[in-house]
Design a protein around this ligand. Sequence first.
Ligand SMILES: [Zn+2]
Ligand SMILES: [Zn+2]
Length: 537
Amino acid sequence: MSSDEKLQKGLFWTPRGGNNAKDIWASCHTFSSVTENKQTGLSERTTVIVDLGQHEFPKDFLNGSFDKVVPALGDCLNVPGEKQPEDQARAIFLTHGHSDHVAGIYEYVKMGVPLPTIYASQHTLNALKKGFFENGINSEQWPEMQEIKAGDVIQVGDMSVEAFSASHSIPGCFSFKISNEEESIFHSGDTKADETSYLGKGVNLSSYKKIGRNGGVDLMTFDATATHMAGHASYESEIFNSYRQIFKDNTGKQVIAALPAAHMERLASVISAAQAAGRDVIIHGGASMESNLLALNLSGYDLQKKCPDIRIVSGTSKEAETIDPKKSVTITTGIYREIQSPFVQHLLGKQSDFIMQKDAVIVAPTSNDKNEKLQILLQSKEFENLKVITSSSKYKIYGSGHAQADDFRKIARYIAPRTVAPIHCSSQKADTFNELAFKNGYKTLPIYPHNGVTVGIDRKNGCRIVDRKEPQWIGLIHRGKETSFQKVGDNGYSTAFHDQDLVKARQQAAKQLIADYRNKKNLVNQVSLINRRKNER
Ligand SMILES: [Zn+2]
Ligand SMILES: [Zn+2]
């Protein structure tokens, strides 16, 4: 933020990650409120961080030089090797437990950065704790964590953050309303307008209505991952009906339902449909699905209790052998031919205890049937008796966890924002989102608020861009228990569609930086967490 803006009062939003040029990874946002201290007359700033994700495909970033890439937050967190920031973030709020929203936290802990209190739902905190274990971070290194529920309002300085239940693809998702005395922002997180859920609660639209009735918000930052698609994102109730129909239409045959490992809402819908059709359930999805189920159980979601009429057993248990495959459904992973999926292992003829009958029915939904990799595998002669049901079949079995055009319309109508801005999308999708918003009568920003852009609230004139900074990232390399890291430029990652010359210059600079990095010349920080901890003791 420029120096004269610094003195300006107001509420400010800066996307730090996730508002990339081509993709959605590494979601992270900061919100700041600047007010005047009535006694001293000086301006005071309160900053909170919402989500701290990591780039899910660091190999695509900066020529794959780093194992992990996270947004650089040295201006609001104490990063070793950087000068202490004046404006320390006072809290971290998490919308949900997906790693593109939380996994940056592990990297910051590994860098030895002290973090402020993390506020999130019970399920998100369980996912986070599971991640700490998986990252070898023991409990004395954990930051302070505080469970919050929908309806809770957390006061941080002069800023208040209210949590609203949101519907996405896992339980415990939040949207946040962030406000100071005068201004307000509604930050959707990953969301859609689905009130049906077989796991817990979907979105609470009536709580959204209250926001609208109380005067709306100045700005709504909205999940634009799928708003380019017409209609609404499939409701879990619609998915439930489709699976129930598939189970009925294929009576007497084993059904194998392949799902994304992390889509716990979908898992619950399919299990509920199995109960409605009187089929027992075998869950055999490998380590990733098991670990998500564990987090679910830790959060008190008991699928067996929800579906008491059927048996739900693990595919690796002895009990699985007592279930008649023809009267059951096996839930597994592998829709994108993930090699570690037991289903894929079985199809490849590698050793696996996966049970698949010769005439089984495979249900494999993906967006645009992008599962062709799996299809090719299934086309082999030895599988010619299998029946494969994909998203292009007559059954509605695919549903995104993200809002489509109608979801946006519905939520925006309730929230009543004066300006809207896209988050969690590409530049192209941001343009489509702005068109949709404009057609529906909402003010938009003149540009896609890429990472590094700061938006200030102006109730009279609509929101305005007050600053455009070069976004920064931290690249990390892990060697055993050693962690080294370095601040790196954006390489055009956030702005590629907007300024081609700048992109070229950045790419050139990045190449040089990587060359230096490889020669270990320019390494700013070489930190051994383990050694430092040893010295501290
Ligand atoms: Zn998500
Ligand atoms: Zn996300």
